[in-house]
Design a binder for this molecule. Sequence first.
Ligand SMILES: *[C@@H]1O[C@H](CO)[C@@H](O)[C@H](O)[C@H]1NC(C)=O
Ligand SMILES: *[C@@H]1O[C@H](CO)[C@@H](O)[C@H](O)[C@H]1NC(C)=O
Ligand SMILES: *[C@@H]1O[C@H](CO)[C@@H](O)[C@H](O)[C@H]1NC(C)=O
Ligand SMILES: *[C@@H]1O[C@H](CO)[C@@H](O)[C@H](O)[C@H]1NC(C)=O
Ligand SMILES: *[C@@H]1O[C@H](CO)[C@@H](O)[C@H](O)[C@H]1NC(C)=O
Ligand SMILES: *[C@@H]1O[C@H](CO)[C@@H](O)[C@H](O)[C@H]1NC(C)=O
Length: 697
Amino acid sequence: MARVLPLCFVLACGALCAGAVCPERCDCPHARHLLCANRGLRAVPRTPARDLDDVLVFSLGGNYIHNISALDFARFRGLKRLDLQYNQIRVIHPRAFEKLSKLEELYLGNNQVSAIAPGTLRSLSKLRVLYGNSNDIRKVGAECFGNLRSVVKLRLDSNAIEVLPDAVFGGLSGLLYLHLESNKVRLIHGSAFRKLHGLRFLNLSGNKQRSLRNISTFASLGSLTTLLLSDNEIQYVGDRVFQSLRKLTKLSLSNNRVRRLEPEALEGLSALRELLLDGNELSDVPPRLLDPLQSVEVLDLSRNRISSVEPTAFQQLGHLKVLKLEKNQLSSLSGGVFALNGALHNLYLNDNDWTCDCRLLEFKRWMNEAHAQGRLLTVFVQCQHPGALKGRYLDYLNGSQLHPPGNSSHQPCEAPQPAESLAGGLLESPFPGVGLSIQADQGGSGQPKKSHAEKNKRKKPVPRTGSSTGDDHVALAQVTDPCQFNRHFIVNVTVHEVSSSTATIRWSIREHGDVPDVHFRVLFDRFGQAVRFPRFVYVQDRGRMVTLHELVSGATYLVCVEGVVDGAVCQVASRDHCTGVVTLHAGRSGADLQLVTMVMLGVNALLLLLVGAAWAGRYLRRRLRHRKSAVHVRHMYSTRRSLRTMAPAVSNDFTSYQTGRPRMCPIDEGDLIEFPCDRFLDSSGTRRDEASQRFPD
Ligand SMILES: *[C@@H]1O[C@H](CO)[C@@H](O)[C@H](O)[C@H]1NC(C)=O
Ligand SMILES: *[C@@H]1O[C@H](CO)[C@@H](O)[C@H](O)[C@H]1NC(C)=O
Ligand SMILES: *[C@@H]1O[C@H](CO)[C@@H](O)[C@H](O)[C@H]1NC(C)=O
Ligand SMILES: *[C@@H]1O[C@H](CO)[C@@H](O)[C@H](O)[C@H]1NC(C)=O
Ligand SMILES: *[C@@H]1O[C@H](CO)[C@@H](O)[C@H](O)[C@H]1NC(C)=O
Ligand SMILES: *[C@@H]1O[C@H](CO)[C@@H](O)[C@H](O)[C@H]1NC(C)=O
């Protein structure tokens, strides 16, 4: 009797309760999930049960495991997810994973693995996610990855890899995301990426490459959409190296040492929407270099040494919306340089070496007209030369203040407009044939129609010239410039109540001294093409709130608050203080998703107007998706939530194990190890759903 009873108990329990499967010190709220993260384990724990085929998830993150033997996982034939991150693993037995033919996710990140023996991963034919990040891997070869055809995402970032040999990823034909950033890669063999025909994302940032020469390197990557090469040491980019990347939409070469791009370096990048070349050593923007980039919308050339831009450099970029040229050495720009960039609305030109002489007159005129049409908001061109104008903004100067350059020994300028008659009418453009045709034909060379601009100008109260002499440090007591007032004092623009036809907007004013006679104007407009702000309301002195009426239901609005100082509003400063509002659908309640707020500091309204609708849509979608994934996470790991309350002793230990350990990302500590946080954040939309479906509770 005494013998029979325990035996029965074991049998019954083996079948029914998780206790028998669960290794000591672990939690197994579910027989199929063994949760042993952060338990101070020094080796993979043994489990008393015989039959472990049903176990799907084995979490061992955040322990002190040193090595993985051939037997550790030999009985987990049904395992789908194995998490070994944040241990001290140095050695993995080549047969350690031999029996895990159903494994789909293997997390080995943040250990001390220096090599993966050939064949170690051979049986993992179902593997979809492999993390080997933050280890000491120095060498990789094709034999490491064998035939991992199902792998979709491979992380090898933060290792010490120096060379990518030929066909190293040859077995990974299903790969979509490849992380190789923060290694020491200096040599990529010409066919290292061969067979990665489906690859969409490649991060090679933070490596040691010095040049991009071999046309074959990226030749197989016809599906690639993102290529990140920032923070390398690239000096040279050869002709046509990117020519096969027909689907590439984002290319980053930020923070390299590029001095010159070969004339055909960007050939083939016809789908590219974002090109980042900031933080390099470029000294000019030559003609034709950018011509292949027909779809480019964002071009970042800031933080270079650019002193000259060809008047025709941007002429093929009809979709260009954002151009960053700040922190260069520009002293002048031809008036027609952006004439053909009809979509351009965000132009950064600050921190250059601007010489405000008559050569900038045409450019100033273009700028004024673009401002007047609301096409272009903030462009800070602050004069460095001549001394008399140092610190002034070009916007606030009038034509007669722009003199011929130097001591008249230089190229003279034309006086293009009788209205703004210029001392010494001079006759030549610095870039002959470009930009100065306005006098003969006002519609020519893409110049906006002038009569219209003039009209707009007259309507707007003009800020007093000279009041903004460039000093960003605002004396609190004497703000008389509405632009500075907006920029420095209006904060916290928020939306309070929204109905289908009204919205209440509030804002705050930073402490200030005597601002004479300030009141506010609230402009609002639907997101759309025309940027008019036809509707606005004035708000009296102390008011910090307004309710807008007669809005259209279910529509997206942009609302901007600006100061009216001494009767003047800011003509050129951005509508920084804006927020988005989505009115409710008539006859429906549930305001949850209807309220969209966003305080845009340093972003101008036009950008918002153009991208606003798209943005709002994406925002809502993202919110929905976030929610979805949040639900999934909770769903998948609902068991773990209760851990701390169930076993306070364990969770106390837990914190002590954790001290001084690297953190993956600052989320709920309980989730820290178990859950690779970026997994749900990357661009693999489809994975998200699959992953959650694969481990139903
Ligand atoms: C694995 O670790 C144990 C102790 O933790 C040690 O005795 C053994 O030699 C190690 N095996 C290898 C191959 O390093
Ligand atoms: C480019 O890579 C291919 C393939 O590896 C190789 O055959 C060729 O010699 C390389 N060309 C140069 C210029 O290095
Ligand atoms: C690419 O790698 C760099 C590290 O060098 C990192 O900062 C960046 O966030 C990575 N980008 C993506 C999208 O993973
Ligand atoms: C213009 O003349 C002043 C003195 O008259 C001189 O200091 C300055 O260098 C001259 N500038 C140029 C560009 O020649
Ligand atoms: C330009 O400014 C000066 C003073 O700075 C002024 O006398 C002149 O009338 C202004 N010209 C125009 C066209 O506004
Ligand atoms: C703006 O909001 C922030 C955070 O909500 C707050 O700390 C700050 O005091 C607010 N500023 C003003 C002037 O109300």
